[in-house]
Design a protein around this ligand. Structure first.
Ligand SMILES: [Zn+2]
Length: 313
């Protein structure tokens, strides 16, 4: 038996055919051309037929970057894929595929993927923070995905870590994702570069001729640039402050750090772990592990497919 997982991003659609153990049997990517909703649904339909090949998947799970109503499976707000705003995705995709369909927030499904088939296997209470362009998160409580009253719950990216901090895409200020994200890393590094800190990043930027990226900052840190390393330390400490708060609030068994930025490994995780330890009761801290994700960039596909598996086991 196999299931389809679909991850709708701002610029890319990723689909996978996944077995009951969370193994990806086949996957395909396609660019999500700007256009109208009907065109997007057609593209999704073609992608799903292509990735299914001669298999007969029995359910479809869909991750969307935005607020998804838990009871209607509709997209209530998708700031990065605006043609999805208000889209009745569940109805449209049931009609398109004839399959049972579940639509959820993409970071919730990343968390489900790590919970069922990755680092979080065997836990009951875990949170997965997906650190990429922004910071998405999903919370598993008693082995179930926690969605909150309307489906919008467990948005750790909008925990406030700095009362007077940077403006956030949510309309607030000082949210975790304004610091702990690729965007936040670039902003922190930019501030240092602009204020005259000694760093190789100026030369890197001059050579690249393009904008600063989190990858450039990481590469500089790896090659011994003290300032670049300090950017990751600073960002990691903010991550640790958030992890400490989550551990204090929820007595979690595990926090999984996934997403592209987690490739920074110890540069991000070591300061985060140290900070979380210093801001929690040792009793609560000791029962929690903060670890890297195991599945990588396809966690969303795996999680979507395995979440859909509950519809048609
Ligand atoms: Zn925010």
């Amino acid at each position: 038996v196999s299931y389809l997982g679909l991850d709708i991003g701002g610029t890319e659609l990723k689909a996978g055919l996944v077995d009951a153990d969370g193994r990806i049997l086949r996957s395909e990517h396609r660019s999500a051309q700007a256009g109208d909703l009907a065109g997007l649904i057609d593209t999704i339909g073609e992608l799903l037929v292509s990735v299914s090949d001669d298999a007969a998947p029995v359910a479809l799970g869909v991750g969307v970057p935005g607020l998804i109503s838990a009871d209607r499976d509709e997209v209530d707000f998708a700031p990065n894929v605006t043609i999805l705003n208000g889209a009745p995705m569940h109805a449209l995709l049931v009609e398109k595929t004839g399959l049972p369909v579940v639509v959820r927030n993409d970071a919730d499904l990343n968390a489900w993927g790590e919970f069922k088939a990755g680092a979080g296997q065997g836990t009951s209470h875990m949170m997965c923070l997906t650190v990429g362009t922004g910071l998405g998160s999903g919370l598993i409580v008693n082995g179930s995905l926690y969605s909150g009253t309307s489906g919008y719950g467990a948005e750790a990216g909008h925990i406030i870590v700095d009362r007077d901090g940077r403006a956030c895409g949510c309309g607030g200020r000082g949210c975790l994702e304004t610091v702990v994200s690729a965007t936040g890393i670039v902003a922190t590094a930019r501030e240092g570069v602009d204020s005259g800190k000694a760093t190789s990043l100026r030369a890197v930027l001059a050579e690249a001729g393009g904008p600063l990226t989190a990858k450039m900052v990481l590469d500089a840190a790896v090659t011994g640039d003290q300032f670049a390393a300090s950017v990751y330390t600073s960002v990691g400490r903010f991550l640790g402050i958030a992890c400490g708060s989550l551990i204090n609030l929820l007595n979690l068994e595990m926090i999984v750090i996934g997403g592209g930025v987690s490739a920074a490994g110890k540069y991000l995780l070591d300061p985060a772990i140290e900070e979380a330890r210093s801001r929690t009761y040792s009793h609560t801290y000791d029962s929690c592990r903060i670890v890297s994700g195991q599945i990588g960039p396809d966690a969303g596909i795996v999680g979507a497919a395995l979440y859909a598996a509950q519809l048609n086991p």
